[in-house]
Design a protein around this ligand. Structure first.
Ligand code: VG1
Ligand code: CO
Length: 543
């Protein structure tokens, strides 16, 4: 078969963000855009000659076309083997597991995660390293450098590979192995959790609703929850992955998974509710009449993980991203285990997990995971919750309330201002950064600032330093506000404002979070001039 060497020129803006490169789908579909980036990945990791890679994505629009281009480019660049999910589908955690279990040289994941999909929506591509995790900054920096000097890419002139049938075929001299996306992942879950106990829970009449949000987790949840654990047929809804996720945002939070929240709040609701995102690495947890914030979920899982067979020996330590609430820190302190604070993005957990420093990690954005893979894992979190519910025979609400009584409650909320003009967002952010040294001692909305800094992270394993990872302001009463600009958006800037207030008085643990955080929200606006800079009266999304 003929290898074409195509002349090209650098395309501006191919800088990977928090989690890979994300752009409008139409941008990814422009001439050479995808090809340039794929060649830059290959060049940035020292070529793919003789290497094997896992390929799969979340099924969004252009997933199938992009997978074929990547396969042809792998073959033309001398790769030995591609392991591809059937139909080019793989959830992000399943891809991470395949990379690890098959010992490949990494993988390419086609996803823009929770961003909407479709020809007029978003697309993304991410390289994961041989440990199964998102490429760390050193690697993404080399990839970005390669995008700036690229002059040609190599691609095989060939027909599409039939990815619909499981089995092994060839493309040029490269082997292409097409695997069932679910099988290996489901087997891994069986090693971690007490499937017998969870089966008994469902057999006893326990009711659940899992909203796959028309995204990739549908087939995984169907097989595991309904197939292997005996949950009632119909437990998993919106289970068929669709290229535009049914027209919605596959983002599991109370805004975009409103339908699920509406089912879970009234009398007679199921016992347990959950949802996951486009690529299956996020989770949302609900009980009858209660929504569990991701930060609280991480803390509760840390406190109870030993109930699941995979974690019965206890946890080595835990880690959370900086904007995530300190709820898990309180569990770690009580249990006498280390707790690490990292920048936003799963790539920063990789070294801690590889080095055996932590077992559990989480982010406020609905990501939780453990050392079983090197990505966050939505269905894994749901199964750990189920294992805990089966073992404690307690409701989600009672478990959460008991948790707060033991450890205190970290009221928490994130306010997002989306699609703000970049200049305005930068003016706000840079203005606040410059003011940081002057903030301690000053009062805003009746709250006195006790600390203010820009977060920088020194990786304890490889010594690398990541600067400019968010502005954090602490108040004398233990509250905190964090400001960050998103690194996953595709238009304008998204300002994220993370609010947190610690409550240790049991009498005051049943408050409405919005009310408990009102003073901090006011202080945040006063110190950063959010309304003044953005012209917005309030956030677009509150989670
Ligand atoms: C967001 C979240 C972050 C998460 C990232 C990728 O990033 O805040 O916690 O790791 O998305 O998640 P940002 O830069 O927009 O705040 V996913 O499920 O979109 O891969
Ligand atoms: Co995701």
């Amino acid at each position: 078969m003929e290898i074409a060497t195509v002349r090209t020129a650098p395309i501006a803006g191919q800088k990977p963000g928090t989690s890979g490169l994300r752009k409008k789908t139409r941008v990814f579909m422009e001439t050479h855009f995808l090809e340039n980036y794929v060649q830059a990945i290959f060049d940035g990791i020292g070529g793919v000659e003789g290497k094997s890679l896992v390929i799969g994505g979340d099924g969004r629009y252009f997933n199938d076309r992009a997978a074929q281009v990547i396969l042809r480019m792998m073959a033309a660049n001398g790769a030995a083997r591609a392991i591809v999910g059937q139909g080019a589908l793989l959830s992000t955690p399943a891809a991470s597991h395949l990379i690890r279990s098959r010992g490949t040289d990494g993988g390419l994941i086609l996803s823009a995660s929770h961003n909407p999909g479709g020809e007029d929506a978003d697309f993304g591509l991410k390289y994961n390293t041989p440990n199964g995790g998102p490429a760390p900054e050193g690697v993404t920096d080399r990839i970005f450098e390669a995008t700036k000097t690229i002059s040609e890419y190599r691609i095989l002139v060939a027909q599409d590979v039939d990815l619909s049938a499981i089995g092994t075929t060839t493309l040029g001299s490269m082997e292409v192995e097409i695997v069932d996306p679910v099988t290996d992942y489901a087997a891994l879950m069986e090693t971690l959790f007490d499937f017998g106990a969870i089966r008994a829970l469902f057999a006893g009449g326990f009711r659940m609703r899992f909203d796959a949000m028309h995204a990739v987790t549908g087939p995984y949840a169907r097989e595991i929850l309904e197939g292997r654990l005996g949950a009632a047929p119909g437990t998993v809804v919106n289970a068929q992955p669709s290229p535009d996720f049914g027209g919605g945002h596959p983002d599991p939070n109370p805004i975009w998974a409103r339908d699920l929240v509406d089912v879970m709040m009234p009398e007679g609701a199921p016992d347990f509710g959950a949802a996951s995102d486009g690529d299956g690495d996020r989770n949302m947890i609900l009980g009858k009449g209660v929504y569990v914030t991701p930060s609280d979920s991480l803390a509760l899982l840390a406190a109870h993980a030993h109930r699941a067979p995979g974690y019965s020996g206890g946890l080595k330590g835990v880690a959370r991203s900086m904007p995530t609430s300190g709820a898990v820190d309180r569990v770690a302190a009580a249990m006498g285990m280390p707790c690490y604070e990292t920048p936003t993005g799963w790539k920063f957990f990789g070294n801690l997990l590889d080095d055996g420093k932590v077992t559990l990690c989480g982010e406020e954005s609905a990501g939780t995971g453990s050392d079983h893979v090197r990505e966050k894992d939505g269905l894994w979190a749901v199964l750990l919750w189920l294992n805990i519910l089966a073992d404690t025979k307690t409701s989600v609400k009672d478990l959460m309330e008991a948790h707060w009584r033991t450890y205190g409650r970290n009221y928490y909320s994130r306010h997002d201002y989306e699609d703000v003009e970049s200049e305005k967002a930068n003016a706000l952010y840079d203005g606040l950064r410059a003011a940081l040294p002057s903030l301690p001692g000053r009062s805003f909305g009746g709250l006195t600032v006790s600390s203010a800094d820009e977060f920088a992270y020194d990786d304890p394993v490889d010594g690398s330093r990541s600067e400019r990872q968010g502005l954090r302001i602490g108040f004398e009463d233990g509250g905190r506000v964090v400001f960050r600009l998103s690194g996953t958006g595709t238009v304008g800037a998204t300002l994220r404002v993370y609010l947190e207030a610690l409550e240790t008085d049991p009498e005051r643990m049943g408050r409405d979070p919005a009310e408990a955080l009102a003073a901090i929200a006011e202080a945040a606006d006063e110190m950063a001039g959010i309304r003044r800079h953005t012209g917005r009266e309030g956030p677009d999304v509150i989670t």
